[in-house]
Design a protein around this ligand. Structure first.
Ligand code: ZN
Length: 325
């Protein structure tokens, strides 16, 4: 199933498929929570359809052997690799397996598909191993790479692929779409916290993160006021929520900086402006700047090393608000 915001990219791909001009390596840049996996799978199914997508108006027929196997998740010519868990890298062994798949003959006599979900999570050795295959593409093998951004992708990989960017809908559009799915009204700040990615926003609410974040934010804003009560409450809530809570709080600190500079519109925390105003009133621009920087550093550190003592490091970060004059 495709989502409305994917139509433009999908139509571009359909055109290339119809003309037989699909590049052997497609790179789709799209955030998590954009339904990018669904879009990549739809492309895979279309390419693998035995009735030929071109004859079917550019869509998989849904009834052939290939389509049936694909729907059952057992298509022998469809291969997927992804990080074992969030924050982990794709290792060189997984990529070597891809390279072996790439040179195998097709089980059903059609194309082979190799989908790399999280291409930006490949380590350098893994990326270099893939590069060789992308440079000398075996025939009948379609690579699909998914990445959240180009920042962590080797430029050499990037330059070997045909790049597509999946734009997220406008905030109000995302808000309306999620409200329709959930049959309830939602806050604009929830949309903004999730970069306007519709599925990420929906899951944020479905999983109760919006309620937990509201509680965390209230405790955080309270803590920022001297005499800094509740440090361990904030640290506990952050730790329970996971390190991505640091990202949300860093958005809050950036909102506070903007507020101090007189910017009052288009802040992420559009429904929590009283908290922004309160916190902006008690912190100096220097603390805000330094602590935002530290929050981002800590976020990256915890993202790369999931084994670290999160609570201890967050307590340490929070202490930074109290140590400034
Ligand atoms: Zn089919």
């Amino acid at each position: 199933m495709l989502y409305p915001w994917q139509q433009k990219v999908w139509q571009g791909w359909q055109q290339l498929l119809a003309q037989g001009r699909m590049h052997h390596a497609v790179l789709l840049v799209a955030p998590h929570g954009s339904g990018r996996e669904a879009l990549a799978r739809h492309l895979s199914k279309t390419v693998l359809c035995r009735n030929g997508a071109a004859a079917m108006g550019g869509e998989p027929c849904g009834i052939c052997h290939g389509c049936k196997l694909f729907e059952a998740g057992t298509h022998p010519d469809f291969h997927l690799i992804a990080p074992a868990q969030e924050g982990k890298q794709i290792g060189v062994d997984a990529v070597r397996q891809c390279n072996r798949w790439a040179v195998e003959t097709s089980q059903l006599g059609g194309e082979r598909i190799i989908l790399i979900d999280g291409a930006d999570a490949m380590g350098e050795a893994a990326a270099n191993a893939l590069l060789k295959t992308l440079e000398e593409p075996p025939s009948g093998c379609q690579f699909i790479l998914l990445a959240s951004s180009l920042d962590n992708l080797l430029p050499t990989i990037n330059s070997r692929c045909n790049k597509w960017r999946l734009a997220m809908p406008q905030e109000q559009e995302t808000k309306r779409w999620v409200e329709k799915q959930l049959m309830q009204s939602i806050k604009l700040e929830t949309v903004r916290l999730n970069g306007s990615a519709p599925i990420a926003t929906q899951q944020f609410i479905e999983q109760g993160q919006d309620i937990r974040y509201a509680k965390l934010l209230a405790s955080f804003a309270e803590f920022l006021r001297p005499p800094f009560f509740g440090l361990y409450d904030v640290a506990g809530l952050c730790t329970k929520e996971g390190h991505h809570s640091l990202k949300w709080l860093s958005y809050f600190l950036v909102d506070c900086m903007k507020w101090q500079q007189g910017v009052t519109s288009h802040l992420v925390h559009s429904e929590s402006l009283p908290l922004v105003e309160q916190a902006a009133g008690v912190m100096t621009p220097m603390i805000l700047l330094e602590q935002t920087r530290q929050a981002n550093n800590l976020y990256q550190k915890l993202e790369r090393h999931p084994g670290l003592n999160t609570e201890l490091l967050i307590v340490d970060w929070l202490t930074g608000f109290m140590n400034h004059p």
